[in-house]
Write a protein that binds this ligand. Structure first.
Ligand code: S3P
Length: 168
């Protein structure tokens, strides 16, 4: 059993992963972090140096690395669902939770730093809208549970996840 957090950038996956990890005493495997450790640089640099396709390959490798382990909180990058093989694997490796928030909230959160290369565009607000909408169907096919983090604390979200997964 693992918990897998999917959803768009700014949905709060990493923060909720930290709360779940503390509550359960389980390790976190964060796919972005895994790729950054492997490549020894930040996501923006990986996109700039090697391109998105390379990042996606390494992101899939990170997800594959989590398969076979138990009692992990797997926190994924927003684009993990783009590859069909990842969508299949996500469903197999754990209880998949789709975290989301209103677009206003997502935008406000992601604009706090410059860490999302896909939003380095002339109009990041429109880009975010396109990205969020184009992936909704994919998140939906993978997730057992969908939660909106716009106005709930990370702790409340963690409660809800554990309740829905019938965790004591
Ligand atoms: C991406 C989301 C990012 C990171 C990369 C690409 C995406 O992760 O993987 O910038 O395609 O939505 P977060 O969802 O943790 O921001």
């Amino acid at each position: 059993m693992n918990f897998v957090l999917i959803g768009p950038m700014g949905a709060g996956k990493s923060s909720v992963a930290r709360v779940l990890s503390k509550r359960l005493g389980w390790e976190i495997l964060d796919t972005d972090r895994w790729v950054c450790l492997e490549q020894k640089c930040e996501v923006t640099e990986i996109f700039a140096k090697h391109g998105e396709k390379f990042f996606r390959e390494r992101e899939s490798a990170a997800l594959e690395a989590s398969a076979g382990w138990q009692e992990l909180i797997i926190s994924t990058g927003g684009g993990i669902v783009l590859a069909e093989k990842n969508r299949e694997l996500l469903k197999k490796i754990g209880f998949v939770v789709w975290l989301t928030a209103s677009e206003e909230v997502l935008y406000e959160r992601v604009m706090r730093n410059q860490r999302r290369p896909l939003l380095h565009t002339a109009n990041p607000r429109d880009t975010l809208h396109e990205i969020v909408h184009s992936r909704e169907g994919f998140y939906k096919t993978c997730a057992r549970l969908k939660l909106d983090t716009s106005s709930n604390s990370e702790s409340e979200i963690a409660d809800e996840i554990l309740k829905n997964a019938n965790f004591p």
